[in-house]
Design a protein around this ligand. Structure first.
Ligand SMILES: Nc1nc2c(ncn2[C@@H]2O[C@H](COP(=O)(O)OP(=O)(O)O)[C@@H](O)[C@H]2O)c(=O)[nH]1
Ligand SMILES: [Mg+2]
Length: 422
């Protein structure tokens, strides 16, 4: 009897131990997923881009004793906000920390510690461009219904492109190209024409989307410019979120000193992301704010400053002069302006082109962030910008949330814009 009891108890013990082990193994398998793609350090070719580091794991946590990485901690231990002349310190910041905590170059041991993942789910173009696809779908339906490629078919295509906000000049250029292609390849069906349109659009939109970084030892500055309400501050917040998630210490500079609310809005985003935050007084010198942000980012080893700017001043000339000055100041070592990103609201249509010309003349735009694509039926503005100005679209806003800013992908965009049957 006693022997039987001992045997039963031993069996129960074995089952419990084996079950516990399986659970632990299961828990290990359920590690969080890798982070979203981000173009800054990824190759342009192909759709899959290498992630910086699995964001399902925590950013490196420093421990004394062994060498650490060149970049500072990410969201779990964000870089502390800097304290330049006019500054507001984020509530979560605490007191200033030694630079070694921002940039653990020598000494500390690095350990990957799993924490709650800060994964940003990347929205798909297809899911967010429904309005634009619906408009082009209706327009192209007429073209598809035709039996041959006659003048009326060409007229139908022209109307569809103009209505989608591709713009007269770009539309004419596209039609010329497609006529030549139709002749050369002997295209006779309207559906073949739409296929050729797909390719022509992708070719025009495909550009360099990488966000460039400064040389070793300098602090990268990305300047965000554009008229009021296009989404500059929101975009900076989203970029800060992405970069911090990827382990890059960020400082955001509230260079829109025209409205106090702009700095407060940016401060909220900095709190969400853990990025450092620098602001000035209302009506103060935005150049000084950006200068301070660079100085303090550099002193703490934070590699990236995202500078907000005003979208409206008393006159347009004032605004452009101010932006030129901000750029000059930000570009003084240790600062290095590697991107001037013009933010354009896709819902403003052709007006965006006019803005793009003005800003490009004043500050030399290096890339476009096209926001609110989720809210427009006229996605063709992207083609007009890329085609007429030759400025690559680098990022697009597909919504208001932190995850809704994605690297531009010409093929994915065009596939989302043109209905399947087209
Ligand atoms: N739907 C949508 N709204 C956006 C997007 N980007 C920005 N917004 C909204 O546009 C409004 C103006 O943005 P804001 O960043 O303040 O513009 P700024 O004046 O250029 O700084 C805010 O309500 C944002 O939430 C986007 O990609 N999609
Ligand atoms: Mg703003």
């Amino acid at each position: 009897m006693l022997t039987a009891l001992i045997v039963v108890l031993s069996l129960a013990f074995v089952v419990v131990v084996a079950g516990g082990g399986a659970l632990l193994a299961g828990a290990r398998r359920r590690r969080p997923q890798p982070p979203p793609d981000w173009p800054a350090d990824a190759p342009r070719t192909g759709r899959a881009r290498a992630p910086r580091r699995p964001s399902g794991t925590a950013p490196p946590v420093t421990r004394p004793g062994r060498p650490g990485p060149a970049v500072g901690p990410g969201p779990a231990a964000p870089p502390q906000p800097v304290s330049p002349r006019p500054v507001e310190v984020p509530a979560q910041a605490g007191t200033a920390q030694a630079p070694s905590e921002v940039r653990p170059e020598a000494g500390p041991e690095v350990e990957e510690v799993p924490v709650a993942p800060a994964v940003l789910d990347r929205p798909r173009f297809r899911d967010r461009l429904g309005k634009a696809r619906a408009l082009l779908g209706t327009q192209l339906a007429g073209l598809r219904g035709r039996s041959k490629l006659d003048q009326e078919a060409w007229d139908e295509l022209e109307e569809a492109l103009v209505l989608a906000d591709v713009g007269i000049v770009t539309t004419q250029g596209l039609l010329d190209e497609l006529r030549a292609r139709a002749k050369q390849d002997g295209l006779s069906e309207p559906s073949q024409l739409v296929g050729a349109l797909r390719d022509a659009l992708v070719t025009r939109l495909d550009g360099e989307i990488e966000l460039r970084r400064a040389a070793e030892g300098l602090t990268t500055v990305w300047l965000f410019v554009g008229v009021n309400g296009v989404g500059k501050t929101t975009t900076i917040g989203k970029v800060a979120m992405r970069e911090m998630t990827a382990g890059v210490p960020v400082v955001v500079a509230a260079g829109d000193t025209f409205r106090a609310a702009a700095a407060e809005q940016l401060e909220l985003w900095s709190k969400r992301s853990g990025a450092g935050f620098v602001r000035g007084n209302e009506g103060g010198d935005p150049g000084a704010v950006v200068f301070d942000a660079v100085q303090h980012a550099s002193a703490r080893g934070a590699g990236l400053v995202l500078a907000d700017t005003a979208g409206r001043l008393h006159t347009k000339v004032n605004l452009m002069e101010e932006l030129k000055k901000v750029r000059r100041v930000a570009d003084r070592p240790p600062g290095s302006v590697t991107e001037v990103l013009l933010v354009i609201d896709a819902t403003t249509g052709q007006n965006g082109l006019v803005q793009a010309r003005q800003f490009t003349e004043a500050v030399g735009v290096t890339g476009v962030v096209l926001t609110k694509l989720d809210g427009t039926a006229k996605g063709g503005i992207a083609v007009a910008i890329a085609g007429e100005l030759g400025i690559p679209i680098k990022l697009v806003g597909l919504g208001e949330g932190p995850e809704d800013l994605v690297p531009f992908d010409a093929r994915e965009f065009v596939d989302a814009l043109l209905p399947d049957e087209a």
